[in-house]
Design a protein around this ligand. Sequence first.
Ligand SMILES: C[S@@+](CC[C@H](N)C(=O)[O-])C[C@H]1O[C@@H](n2cnc3c(N)ncnc32)[C@H](O)[C@@H]1O
Length: 269
Amino acid sequence: MMESRIIHKLEPIISEVKKKTGINIQNFKDSFLERRILHRMCDVGISDYEEYVKLISTNFNEAGSLYDSFSINVTKFFRDPHVWKKFEYEIMPNFCDSNRSSSILAWSCGSSTGEETHSLAILLNESLNKQIKYRVFGTDINDNAIVNAKKGIYKKENLLHVSEQQLATYFEKLNDNQFQVKPIIKNKIEYEKSDMMKTSRKLFDIIFCRNVLIYYDKNVHEIIFKKFFDLLKKDGVLVLGQDESMIGTKNRNYFNLLYPRERIYQKKN
Ligand SMILES: C[S@@+](CC[C@H](N)C(=O)[O-])C[C@H]1O[C@@H](n2cnc3c(N)ncnc32)[C@H](O)[C@@H]1O
């Protein structure tokens, strides 16, 4: 629940954004909401909430720009390498049994600029037997992030945890500081601009939803964990970010916590 002090200040802004875009930004954590609104007000040179409400109600683009500012795109290839290693050595062998499935579908929910979708595709490409097909589905609410993910061009500093061998195999060097993911990996990935609360069309073996839920309220966590349960296949695996967990939620009962440190969960059957 939003503190009444904060809601009192922010309610007119929340309601203007809803009117203009149809999006309910109240789902975000109150502290995050307040920080981003103040940040945006500073960007447009306004220090007074009422004046900012006037700007949103009169300027056609401002509600959309404010909403875009809620999308924090910081990401990396193989972010938190120990999580990826655990996933590779402890989880992937279960997917290598071709009796289990002839194809694997992974979802990067909140895929940002594509580092996570590409990391997943590389991992699947390297770990699965060749007769098992795989696809990766990336979704994000941010248009620009999706456009950049599709380009698949990255600076060296984003590729810190990519091995020399992976760099040589899966990337084309464009210049001294830029590398582009090769079609062998890019072609395995499909992107869609969509809000995780609304994504519903597939059944997944693997869901990575990392560093997305930290920005949302507990009530959103409840809804999304139930949704992940519904969208995972039998024995499907969910990976959260290092600062995220199911602790304190009712819907944790839908999952077994396989590796607490790595935040790796498995759907209960
Ligand atoms: C900090 S990035 C995390 C990227 C990647 N998952 C990682 O861990 O490195 C968070 C991403 O989640 C996206 N996001 C936030 N809310 C979302 C929502 N409701 N549905 C889909 N994506 C969302 C943001 O636009 C942003 O690109």
